[in-house]
Design a protein around this ligand. Structure first.
Ligand code: NAD
Length: 357
């Protein structure tokens, strides 16, 4: 296979972890006889510095021309002034909208070698294996009207939570399709006891559930869900939610594993196109030190191979290589138990390449 991949390394540790993921992709290409062609483009703070725009049009065009996109991370203290006219996060919202990336998929799985890195007890988290499917281009983060509404009484502001049946339906179908590849259970999260948009969410979710009689289905209120995530997280298989609820719950779920540096994600459009990225940010506190954990980005590449390029054996090979590297005791500082000597970002990338054989 020949595949075109657009790389958006971004800021902070982004370029460091993307470099390791590319190393692993090249090793996969050699082992399985594929050619991956890369186009590297500006995104985030570095794009603001060089062009004044966090997501330049040329970057969007290069992403549209690719089979898949790999993003490192964007942002950092240099660009974090909330009153600044342009911010790196605006670039992320723009690219999601421009590429139609409506479904964010975040698997949360505990690697048994790392179960003790979690702040929760091993017996609570050791069988956790869930996927959060979050709606990414609608809901509270995009609804209009939005903005300041200062009036005679004082300062005021407004956001709008708006969902259409089409947006809810396609997100639920992705969730059920993912569940069919797994343990066949979908939990839909809403706040239907209070919000009109959630009552529509639940109505449409039930209609889609009826199309998938082989998949178990349940509704859970978002407040209860956040509680169940720490009480009985291993009961969940696929968790489907709107944009804001999913944003919050997916961060909560990621902390079950104890490290931001381990978790991949995919943001999918209709069809097979997707943008893949680690869930962590640009980690400015450790950028440039060569100690960032590249495994989340390497596992994001595995998701890319499976979902956008249809290369299942290749994706399995990366996931198995990561497991074996961890089982052999390789640790970057973020996941190192006390007393264990940690290895560098590039040594971790090399270890995965070596484990691929
Ligand atoms: P962060 O995820 O960058 O870092 C949180 C903590 O986790 C830090 O202590 C960091 O050192 C550690 N960490 C994160 N990834 C790691 C890795 N791969 N290896 C080892 N340690 C790792 O979150 P933050 O500090 O809240 O945000 C920093 C910047 O990143 C902000 O500007 C934020 O807006 C941005 N951000 C970007 C994205 C994205 O690009 N999608 C996501 C989240 C945050």
């Amino acid at each position: 296979m020949q595949a075109k991949i657009t790389l958006l390394p971004g800021d902070g540790i982004g370029p460091e972890v993307v470099a390791e993921a590319v190393k692993v992709l090249n090793a996969i290409g050699e082992k399985f006889g594929h050619t991956f062609e890369y186009t590297e483009m500006l995104a985030g703070g570095i794009a603001i510095d060089e062009t004044g725009n966090p997501m330049p049009d040329e970057t969007i065009s290069a992403c549209k021309a690719a089979d898949a996109v790999l993003l490192g991370a964007v942002g950092g203290p240099k660009w974090s002034d909330p009153s600044a006219k342009v911010r790196p996060e605006q670039g992320l919202l723009k690219i999601r909208k421009e590429l139609g990336l409506f479904a964010n998929i975040r698997p949360v799985k505990i690697h048994s070698a790392l179960a003790d890195a979690s702040t929760l007890k091993r017996e609570v988290i050791e069988n956790v294996d869930m996927v959060i499917v979050r709606e990414l281009t609608g809901g509270l983060y995009f609804g209009e009207p939005q903005g300041r509404q200062d009036n005679a009484q004082g300062r005021a502001a407004l956001d709008t939570m708006y969902y259409t049946e089409a947006e809810i339906g396609r997100l639920m179908r992705v969730s059920f399709d993912v569940a069919r590849q797994r343990r066949k259970k979908v939990t839909s999260v809403d706040k239907a006891n209070v919000l009109a948009s959630s009552r529509l969410w639940r109505e449409v979710a039930h209609e889609v559930a009826a199309e998938y009689p082989d998949v178990e289905y349940e509704d859970v209120l978002v407040d209860a869900c956040s509680m169940y995530f720490v009480r009985r997280p291993s009961d969940f298989d696929v968790v489907a939610s709107g944009n804001m609820f999913g944003d919050i719950l997916s961060d909560e779920a990621s902390m079950l594993t104890g490290s931001m540096g381990m978790l991949p994600s995919a943001s999918l459009a209709e069809g097979k196109f997707g943008l893949y990225e680690p869930i962590h940010g640009s980690a400015p506190d450790i950028a440039g030190q060569g100690i960032a954990n590249p495994l989340a980005t390497i596992l994001s590449v595995a998701m890319m191979l499976r979902t956008s390029l249809g290369l299942n054996a290749e994706a399995d090979a990366i996931e198995k290589a990561v497991e074996s590297v961890l089982d052999a005791g390789n640790r970057t500082p973020d996941i190192a138990e006390s007393g264990v000597e940690a290895i560098s970002t590039s040594a971790m990338g090399d270890a995965v390449v070596e484990a691929l054989g």
